[in-house]
Ligand binder design. Structure first.
Ligand code: HH2
Length: 295
């Protein structure tokens, strides 16, 4: 595959064969894609096992929506959604669990329940969370966004989105390092759709390789987002096709972790890409290829 970036992330038991697939499980009533579907802990458990069975390398569980305009919920509400699911999953899942949270207290309890990664969409806004992560050995996703769900779309003003996001991510990264979180545990994420208009998202995808300069694995989450809905529409099959294509393009440009809802389809697409690069030489040298290039 082209554009390989850093494929190791300490804190997670993953092989070095990325890109890895992070399957999304939202146990919220209001997430933009799967909101309300997995509120029942039994349904959440079934979906988690299905995500692993479809070939995900990581399961990302979110209990508070972060979409633009989402209503913030209290810590205890977030934990009351997570706790039964984490307890149900104990000993049943073959892949590591990531928790999509911006709060230190939720991160602390989730790590105690066996989570291996903290996915922080606030980019380290809660110093309590940075403290908790620094005291553990978990992997940490540092995502870029400006503001919060209420304000972030007003802040989507950039002259050069890639350079500005990189500068702001660099500041957040330095803060995380100052808290004692080792670089080898950190994965960066440009934050597609978070304080970005579709035009910004497309530019970030086009220039994704520029984010390799951090020397950290890059996580990309474009699955089912507005940037894709704008031209693919809301019909599930079309949105799935657009999401899988976006994941493949990100992998080609160096993403190490792809955060997706459609795990099986993304897995098949990545395997196709991998087969193509593994067999590129063999195809070229095939004795069955005739002079016109047909086999
Ligand atoms: N996107 C969403 C949530 N968490 N985490 C990372 N690291 N990167 C992302 O792009 C990202 C994320 C939003 O998607 P979703 O979970 O489907 O919706 P919601 O936030 O409404 O629950």
């Amino acid at each position: 595959m082209n554009g390989k970036s850093n494929r190791s992330l300490s804190g997670l038991p993953l092989d070095g064969k990325g890109p890895w697939i992070m399957g999304v499980l939202n146990i919220t009533p209001d997430s933009f894609s799967d909101g309300g579907k997995y509120l029942d802990p039994g349904d959440a458990l079934s979906r988690a096992l299905q995500i692993a069975q479809e070939g995900a390398d990581i399961l990302d569980i979110g209990a508070e929506s972060s979409r633009p305009g989402a209503v913030e919920i209290p810590v205890e509400k977030e934990w009351s959604r997570l706790e039964p699911v984490l307890k149900n999953l104990k000993g049943k899942l073959s892949i590591p669990i990531s928790i999509d949270t911006r709060r230190g207290e939720v991160a602390r309890r989730a790590l105690d329940c066996g989570a291996a990664m903290i996915n922080d969409v606030s980019g380290g806004a809660d110093s309590g969370l940075l403290q908790i992560v620094s005291q553990s050995d978990c992997a940490y996703v540092l995502m870029h966004r400006r503001g919060n769900p209420g304000t972030m779309m007003e802040l989507a003003t950039y002259r050069d989105v890639v350079n500005e996001v990189k500068t702001e991510l660099q500041k957040s990264l330095e803060r995380a390092l100052e808290f004692g979180i080792q670089r080898e545990r950190i994965c960066i994420d440009p934050g597609f759709g978070f304080s970005k208009l579709p035009v910004h998202n497309w530019e970030m995808l086009q220039r994704l390789e520029e984010f390799k300069s951090f020397g950290c694995p890059i996580l990309v989450g474009m699955s089912r987002k507005r940037m894709l809905k704008e031209f693919a529409g809301e019909a599930p099959e079309r949105l799935k096709a657009a999401s899988v294509t976006a994941a493949v393009l990100a992998a080609e440009r160096g993403a190490s972790i792809l955060r997706v809802h459609d795990v099986a389809a993304t897995k098949a697409a990545l395997q196709t890409l991998q087969n193509l690069s593994d067999n590129a030489g063999a195809i070229h040298e095939s004795p069955f290829t005739d002079i016109a290039g047909n086999s």
